[in-house]
Write a protein that binds this ligand. Structure first.
Ligand code: SF4
Length: 62
């Protein structure tokens, strides 16, 4: 089972991942991104978001 999560120590809250995959990532009140429930279901979009994240905060484990 694939796993998608955001390392909040690395995340700078730029919002790019939520723009790329709005169904999968959202920004919290803390200004950090989190992977939503079911984010693993669209692994290709998660990988795109991981590739474009400026701080490489998105971890995709397959
Ligand atoms: Fe955080 Fe990366 Fe998403 Fe930007 S793209 S909000 S740094 S996880």
């Amino acid at each position: 089972m694939a796993k998608v999560y955001v390392d909040e120590d690395l995340c700078i809250g730029c919002g790019l991942c939520a723009d790329t995959c709005p169904d999968m990532f959202e920004l919290t009140d803390d200004g950090k991104a989190v992977a939503k429930e079911g984010a693993e279901e669209n692994i290709e979009c998660a990988k795109d978001a991981a590739d474009t994240c400026p701080t490489e905060a998105i971890v995709v484990e397959e």
